[in-house]
Write a protein that binds this ligand. Structure first.
Ligand code: ZN
Length: 199
């Protein structure tokens, strides 16, 4: 039974397909949107299409950026010989927010998960290895989450990096198990970074 207009139903369906939005929230948002001034709806819609259109992966570190090379990779004052490997751009932002890390990053866009069928080829690992082969790198800091997937990924990366002779470290596990890096406070993040150990 269709309770609402076809357009509202379609909008609810699209919103409900987004992560973290259930049918109820989707309904609330849909009714909010149809009551919004038209120019605001246009702004919202173009923000979505513009982001999808213009955001892509940095050619060096794979983070999401509007530019070909992201501002961090393009910054000559950063220490390009230290690469911190994170699972996603939000984790990178969490470290950036501390303002205490001056190296560069590599963003994997995921973690290895045999259970979900995500293998090493599904994340940006080949790009990392290419960087290590091409650039002068002193240290790779593995800052994947302390979840099962994050630990599996960390172990996999350390096995790849070791034969290159490049120093390979893992952030301390002061980070709560399964905790998404972006939700952890800056003090804990810095402690995890300072307490990193060789792997
Ligand atoms: Zn970059």
């Amino acid at each position: 039974m269709n309770l609402y207009s076809g357009h509202i139903n379609k909008l609810i369906e699209e919103l409900a397909s987004l992560p973290g939005i259930g049918d109820k929230s989707a309904g609330r948002l849909a009714f909010h949107i149809v009551h919004m001034p038209k120019d605001r709806v246009t702004r919202l819609a173009s923000a979505i299409t513009d982001a999808r259109e213009h955001v892509h992966h940095c050619k060096v570190c794979c983070t999401l950026t509007d530019d070909e090379i992201c501002p961090i990779c393009a910054n000559k004052d950063r220490d390009h010989r230290t690469i911190m490997v994170v699972e996603n751009t939000r984790d990178q932002a969490a470290y950036e927010k501390t303002g205490k890390y001056n190296g560069v990053y590599h963003v994997l866009h995921g973690a290895i998960s045999p259970m979900l069928g995500i293998g090493p080829g599904d994340i940006r690992l080949a790009e990392l290895m290419k960087r290590l082969a091409a650039d002068d790198v002193d240290e790779v800091i593995i800052a994947t989450n302390s979840s099962l997937e994050g630990e599996t990924t960390a172990m996999y990366i350390s096995k790849l990096v070791k034969p290159t002779g490049i120093r390979c470290t893992r952030i301390a596990s002061g980070v709560p198990v399964g905790g998404d890096l972006e939700y952890i406070d800056e003090v804990t993040l810095l402690r995890a970074l300072e307490g990193r150990t060789e792997v």
